[in-house]
Design a protein around this ligand. Structure first.
Ligand code: TYD
Length: 223
């Protein structure tokens, strides 16, 4: 089924990029405008997916290899899309999701070397045309992101505990993704303050999704 108005936004980024704060800030702004907003996250977001989240983040699945992890993330996503995301979009709500398919593409695909064909096949099966219209990638140097993440948590989860180069590769993979899909993905410098970032994101969302579509004027030549 097609999505009314296509109001599905996802946030992506490495550890400590500030997604949790920013998804909340965007949801608050939209709710102030009177919109229904479903704020959700992956892995998780529905009871079935939250149960799988526990398995994935505890590291129990890690010994099974990145393919098995990709399939478990997809199983969690299937439950989430079916029971939360699709019904919300079908009734016209905005859905803001903290991580979605691009996390699988980057963590399991680019970093875990899982074959792109498997990743795309899982996407087709699980997501179909329930694709985000806008994906905001929060870009932050890993030294800043990891310091934020460690300051917040008592212990690192299975992915935060990876070595420093892993997080550098993660950042590069997200940057590549933004280049590959410029229509959907926007890379945003997330080293700015949370307030400045929230303003930037709000402007982007209102420009792209709230204003009536009008032709984009050609850039003026510099004098
Ligand atoms: P979470 O505690 O939600 O952290 P964060 O604040 O970084 O979003 O942890 C989710 C972890 O799961 C994160 O390290 C990325 C990883 N992940 C994948 O590897 N593949 C996926 O498809 C998803 C959704 C998440």
């Amino acid at each position: 089924m097609s999505i009314p108005n296509g109001r599905f936004i996802t946030f992506e980024g490495g550890e400590g990029s500030g997604k949790t704060t920013q998804v909340q800030r965007l949801a608050d702004r939209l709710r102030l405008k009177g919109s229904e907003v479903v704020l959700t996250r992956e892995p998780g977001g529905s009871p079935g997916a939250e149960a799988i989240r526990h398995l994935l983040l505890s590291g129990i699945v890690k010994p099974l290899g990145p393919e098995a992890e990709a399939m478990m993330f997809a199983a969690a996503r299937d439950d989430h899309v079916t029971h939360v995301i699709r019904p919300a979009l079908e009734r016209g709500a905005w859905v803001i999701c903290d991580r979605f398919i691009d996390s699988t593409r980057v963590y399991q695909g680019a970093l875990g070397n899982v074959d792109q064909r498997l990743i795309r096949a899982l996407e087709r099966l699980v997501v179909g045309d329930t694709m985000p219209v806008l994906t905001i990638i929060l870009d932050v140097p890993p030294e800043i992101g990891l310091a934020r993440a460690y300051g917040r948590n008592a212990g690192a989860d299975r992915f935060e505990a990876e070595h420093f180069e892993y997080h550098q590769l993660l950042r590069t993979a997200y940057r590549d993704l933004a280049v590959q899909e410029p229509e959907r993905c926007v890379l945003v410098d997330a080293s700015a303050s949370a307030d400045a970032l929230a303003v930037r994101i709000w402007m982007m969302v209102s420009e792209r999704l709230l204003r009536p579509r009008q032709p984009i004027p050609a850039p003026r030549a510099r004098a």
